[in-house]
Design a protein around this ligand. Structure first.
Ligand code: SAM
Length: 330
């Protein structure tokens, strides 16, 4: 098992496979001024497979595909099949906005995808237009239904809480997910990344998880803590006395969990990104395109693990400046 210099077991690789997205969430992607990685600079499916094979030799066993929006990759089913078919891979998951899942959920499940986290910030039509800007609730709901039908369970919903955009909708979201259904909704604190317009929104519209939790409890009753079996789970989980679902809070800003971080990230253009909220990276694409295979990639990944920072420094005003969330994948 790979351990970093602080003794943390790093065994979870999040792979961003594309930086394009079909939404423009206010805290993630500006409407104008975007530049994307040219398609020939994205890691190919075969290169991603080599990285995963190398990661397994280093001791990684958990993998998540993200973006941008991973379902926009035309070869996403092939990528999933390659990862799921790699000996030693125990878990393949994805984070998506669900819009393309009516077409893709079944083939993805058949290719070996086990679970999917679906990002939706509100089920209110007007506020969805304001915060996620493109896409409709009907499309997202159809995607969630397709994921359920394909057996991609449990359904986890990611909801980024943003003041004046969706902070009042958290009650309805918790009710729908955890009282009316058996979903797991996770309310996520905003993080400032990339230094631009989106980072500005993240800083100015920040809502601490404590406030979100108090708002939910005031309307729906007490939340009962659910002990986690997984020490690296970044979500603090609760349930209602009479609900089948889970309400979680991911609080990287107000309650950092860097001490139990088990993650490494791979950007779509082939860099290991050592900590979400820090610019340090190690290039792996150069080695792959110079003819390197599993041993060379494994050596770079082992170095990346060893160099992982102890934790983020948001309290000192330091964050990722070079990349925005859509370029890393969350
Ligand atoms: N397109 C997919 C999606 O929407 O889930 C995957 C990529 S998206 C960058 C991954 C996650 O990052 C989403 O669940 C979104 O909620 C979250 N996210 C984006 N910007 C964020 C920010 N500034 N702070 C906190 N979470 C953010």
């Amino acid at each position: 098992m790979p351990r970093d210099r602080f003794g943390r077991e790093i065994n979870y690789l999040r792979l961003s496979v594309i930086d394009h997205c079909n939404l423009r969430c206010v805290y993630c992607m500006p409407l104008r001024g975007l530049t994307f990685v040219p398609s020939e600079e994205l890691l190919t499916a075969a290169e991603i497979e080599t990285v995963v094979q190398a990661a397994v030799t280093v001791g990684f066993h958990k993998f998540r595909l993200t973006g941008g929006e991973p379902t926009l990759r035309p070869d996403i089913v092939d990528i999933v099949a390659r990862i799921a078919g790699t000996p030693g891979v125990e878990d393949v998951a994805m984070t998506s906005n669900a819009i393309l899942l009516p077409r893709l959920a079944k083939p993805l499940a058949e290719a070996g995808l086990r679970r999917i986290n679906i990002h939706v910030d509100t089920f209110d039509h007007d506020r969805l237009k304001k915060i996620m800007r493109f896409g409709t609730i009907e499309e997202i709901e159809a995607g969630i239904a397709a994921a359920e039908d394909a057996g991609l369970r449990p359904i986890k919903i990611n909801c980024v809480v943003t003041r004046d955009y969706n902070d009042k909708d958290v009650v309805e979201m918790a009710r729908r997910a955890a009282l009316e259904r058996a979903w797991h909704v996770r309310f996520i604190e905003l993080m400032p990344l990339g230094g631009g317009e989106a980072a500005h929104v993240a800083l100015s519209q920040f809502v601490p998880s404590r406030e979100t939790r108090e708002r939910i409890e005031a309307d729906l009753g007490p939340l009962i803590p659910v002990p986690t079996a997984n020490a690296s789970d970044e979500s603090r989980n609760y349930r209602f006395a009479d609900g089948a679902g889970i309400v979680g809070f991911i609080s990287p800003v107000s309650e950092p969990y860097c001490g139990t971080c088990n993650r490494m990230r791979l950007t779509a253009d082939g860099k290991f990104h050592l900590c979400l909220l820090n610019d340090d990276e190690m290039d792996v694409k150069r080695a792959l395109r110079a003819g390197g295979g599993v041993p060379e990639v494994a050596a770079i990944l082992a170095k990346a693990v060893a160099a992982k920072p102890t934790g983020h420094r948001l309290d000192e005003g330091i964050s990722t400046e070079e990349r925005s969330m859509f370029q890393i994948g969350g």
